[in-house]
Design a protein around this ligand. Structure first.
Ligand SMILES: Nc1ncnc2c1ncn2[C@@H]1O[C@H](COP(=O)(O)OP(=O)(O)OP(=O)(O)O)[C@@H](O)[C@H]1O
Length: 345
């Protein structure tokens, strides 16, 4: 048996996790529990999505991992460095793109990038080359001499990501990278994030409240609710755990207690139908064959005295995963500002 003497970058399987957080707890004044035992592991060279509604604790997690806040308890390492013991080492290894732009609106795109590089100790032709490279990569070369205040939302966001990358970090944190962007700019940003991870071997931890964003970009997602992870895995595995199709029925009026009991009785024994969830006017059912289940389901609902407004059949989405693990629909948990365009994959 020969021993390998290769010094090349270790494969994903053998590299230590780029981010590892265990049992993070954070309480803000006024007894607000932002984090309640948060665990996160991100393998090096992958894109990881922290998905959750507004207020779930995503930003607080990012603040702790980027050394901007201290947990009340728990521990975390980023790029192998302990966030509490060696915050300076962590800061050198990471790039952070916060929710609000860090760019100076009066300075030009190029000036912003140069300043950011100098803050990281870069100078001379090395810095010039890096700035040109990033302007090119984020299609900002033509706008490089213009003040940032004249940039579109998409251009500003691209500049924000470029600013986070100037010093070639190992781990990039993107806090809600596409919030507020129009659909076209959002798609362009998704393509860019995908390229960054694929080509540059960067580790990316992104937070999002867009289900579609997590589904499309992240190799693994953790669904966060009330300060902790309720479930994690690959988007496909999470959806795959939900057997069959999702059938959603909207009733004209919410069912009372008696109606629910009747409904349980009527749907409980139907072949191929599992997991009946009833919330207000909405009934969600998982069925082996969604299309075949609809007429049977409608008949059962009629017998239970429920008037149906609409019925839809879909492949399971991350919304259904969230419903199962958090016990309520995703849109109802946050502000409802969701982008579900494109639907389930
Ligand atoms: N500085 C603070 N002081 C008091 N409470 C805070 C503070 N920052 C966050 N919180 C509260 O902690 C909880 C978690 O907030 P956090 O910003 O981490 O959630 P989030 O999932 O990132 O949501 P969002 O998408 O709105 O940023 C919320 O209830 C929030 O109101």
């Amino acid at each position: 048996m020969s021993m390998s003497t290769s010094t090349s970058t270790p494969s994903r399987a053998t590299r230590a996790p780029a981010v590892e957080a265990r049992g993070l707890v954070k309480t803000y004044p006024g007894e607000v529990t932002a984090l309640n035992g948060m665990d996160v592991t991100v393998e090096a060279g992958t894109v990881f999505g922290l998905l959750g509604p507004n207020g779930a604790g995503k930003s607080t997690t990012v603040k702790i991992l980027t050394t901007l806040a201290r947990p009340d308890s728990g521990s975390a390492t980023v790029a192998g460095h302990d966030v509490l013991r060696h915050p300076d080492r962590v800061r050198r290894a990471i790039g952070v793109v916060a929710q609000n732009s860090g760019a100076d609106p009066v300075a030009t795109g190029r000036e912003n990038l140069r300043l950011q590089g100098r803050l990281h100790g870069m100078k001379g032709t090395g810095l010039d080359r890096r700035v040109d490279e990033l302007l090119e990569r984020f299609t900002l070369t033509e706008a490089a001499r213009r003040p940032v205040k004249g940039y579109s939302g998409g251009m500003r966001r691209r500049l924000d990501v470029a600013l986070g990358l100037v010093h070639r970090p190992e781990v990039l944190f993107l806090d809600e990278p596409t919030t507020g962007l129009d659909p076209e700019a959002r798609t362009a940003m998704w393509d860019e994030i995908g390229r960054l991870a694929g080509e540059d071997g960067l580790t990316i931890l992104l937070t999002t409240h867009y289900l579609e964003e997590a589904d499309r970009l992240a190799e693994r997602v953790a669904i966060v609710d009330r300060g902790r992870v309720v479930v994690s895995g690959t988007p496909d595995a999470l959806k795959g755990e939900l057997r069959g199709d999702a059938v959603h029925v909207e009733l004209r009026t919410a069912l009372g207690e008696a109606g629910r009991t009747l409904l349980d009785g009527a749907l409980g024994g139907l072949p191929g139908v599992h997991e009946v969830l009833c919330e207000g006017r909405r009934v969600s059912v998982r069925a082996d064959d969604g299309a075949a289940a609809v007429p049977v389901l409608l008949g059962a609902l009629e017998r239970a005295g429920a008037a149906v407004a609409t019925a839809t059949v879909a492949r399971p989405s991350l919304d259904d995963v969230y419903l199962r693990y958090a016990g309520r629909r995703y849109a109802e948990a946050g502000t409802g500002s969701l982008a579900l365009a494109g639907g389930a994959r």
